[in-house]
Design a protein around this ligand. Sequence first.
Ligand code: VGL
Ligand code: ZN
Length: 201
Amino acid sequence: MLPQGAHTLTLGLGDALIVVDVQNDFLPGGSLAVPHGDEVIPALNRYLDAFARRGLPIFATRDWHPPNHCSFQAYGGPWPPHCVAGSEGAALAFGLELPASMTLITLKGTQPDKDAYSAFDGTDLDVRLRVQRVGRVFVGGLATDYCVLCTVEDGLKAGYAVILLQDAIRAVNVKPDDGARAEAEMIRRGAIPIRWEMLAE
Ligand code: VGL
Ligand code: ZN
């Protein structure tokens, strides 16, 4: 049940779903595990089904680094090795129900000397969205305080309306309130937070 007065949101033409970096290395047991990262999988599956049933486009991004990537500690970066291109850790999470026929995959962070948290950074995502006449993107996945944050910020800068799937994101929380701060920042910049209950049938 929705609280009285709450708004609902109807999916339609021009909407797209962006699933950010739901990859094994970001799940519990992975090399850069996001606490409770696996909880985004069932949450995203509901949105995936809603978009698929309406024939709306779905984009899945993958962090996809060379073994000598600059974000890895051995090369001066902040992170343990993760999402090495082609590795099991870089594979999309088992159980994530991406409809193969309508999902487009975007790889990012593929250059050794350049990190890319945003799905728009160094990719053709903007062009692919424009080709499909997308005006509004629904963003969920991992991690709230890095790739989701940067993807939402770049989406807003590129002129998209951005809906933040608040029940389908989880944070690394290097500092304990990083995730909460990132959410507040995305909303401050214009992202609209929703939860599953706010989507109209
Ligand atoms: C990410 C840290 C390093 C992310 C990627 O997907 O949020 N975080 N690489
Ligand atoms: Zn990375």
